[in-house]
Design a protein around this ligand. Structure first.
Ligand SMILES: [Zn+2]
Length: 326
């Protein structure tokens, strides 16, 4: 109607000015109407898109622990451990209800998320992204290995000499150095490595095998150094396993067979009921890499050349192991 009137303007007015005013008013009304139609159309499109998005998010959110396509996570605290920082060393954050969060940051296999109380925390990607039930690795480059540096923090482990108080003489110092080097070598080969500790801190004995369990590790290797009741009584390296039915013995043999190039005697493979092996259903071994209270062994234990040799042996041993079991 209004459009029609513009195409055939009325000539009822007496003056030209009135005609101009009328036409101007018509144009404003037409523009307003065009704008409001555009606005209505825009609002409709937004509503349809919002409904579609909400529907999509609601559906994907029902599967707990799964990644949203938008980069958002649904985190179920009964399946995912929430921690203060990006590592197993950081303390746990108590979360009771499933919550949703955008992934704020990614670091070393950990995802930074925002909790319901607006604070931030970290979750392991292998749990949060529902990759727990992964298939067993077929080779080192797709394996998940847990490396356990014995002792730590106020647990010094064995000592070179009971009267020494410097960490230079403490077992915990050398298990950590060795564990970090082994982790570095394994990562260079493509393996995913989780350290039960990567600094000098106390880690509960029970939580060490739990780490291997929670991520279905393909191998768990714990490093220690022996000691004898009196100084200079023992020497050499020994590789321990506990469970027989889960490839632990095969893992122990494959790795121990590499130790013949070391400057210390190879005492072979042995069975022992260590808690970190006993509580572990994953292939798990404990390597005693020399006697800390024996002079000739201590000289090797403190040497970076020795550690480099051990690290290479571990890599080669794991390589051999994966070939044997696949
Ligand atoms: Zn120890």
């Amino acid at each position: 109607m209004l459009f029609q009137s513009t195409s055939s303007p009325p000539c009822l007015c007496g003056s030209f000015n009135s005609l101009i005013k009328f036409v101007t008013a018509e144009v404003i009304i037409i523009k307003t109407l065009r704008h409001s139609r555009l606005a209505i159309l825009t609002v409709l499109i937004v509503i349809v898109l919002t409904i579609a998005l909400v529907f999509k998010l609601t559906n994907s959110g029902t599967q707990s622990g799964s990644l949203f396509s938008s980069g958002e996570l649904s985190i179920n605290p009964s399946k995912v451990t929430v921690r203060k920082g990006p590592g197993l060393d950081y303390s746990k954050v108590k979360v009771t209800k499933t919550f949703q969060s955008q992934i704020l940051q990614k670091r070393n296999g950990w995802l930074k998320v925002r909790l319901a109380n607006n604070k931030t925390a970290w979750v392991p990607s292998w749990q949060a992204e529902n990759k727990v039930a992964k298939t067993a690795a077929t080779k080192l480059s797709n394996a998940t290995i847990v490396i356990d540096a014995g002792h730590g923090g106020n647990d010094s482990g064995a000592l070179y000499d009971e009267s020494e108080t410097s960490s230079y003489y403490m077992e915990k110092n050398y298990t950590l150095k060795l564990a970090k080097l082994v982790a570095k070598e394994l990562r260079a080969r493509g393996a995913r490595v989780i350290l039960t500790r990567d600094n000098d801190r106390y880690v509960d004995l029970k939580s060490r095998p739990e780490t291997a369990e929670s991520i279905h590790a393909d191998a768990f290797i714990s490093f220690h150094f022996d000691s004898s009741p009196y100084a200079n009584e023992g020497t050499g390296v020994t590789t321990y396993y506990y469970h027989k039915g889960n490839n632990s013995k095969k893992l122990a043999s494959a790795i121990n067979s590499q130790f013949n190039n070391l400057p210390l005697r190879n005492n072979g493979v042995d069975f022992s009921d260590f808690l970190v092996l006993h509580d572990n259903t994953r292939p798990a071994i404990l390597c005693e890499m020399g006697y800390i209270n024996t002079d000739q062994d201590f000289k090797q234990i403190t040497s970076s050349t020795y550690r480099t040799k051990v690290a290479k042996d571990i890599v080669n041993g794991l390589d051999k192991y994966f070939k044997e079991v696949n």
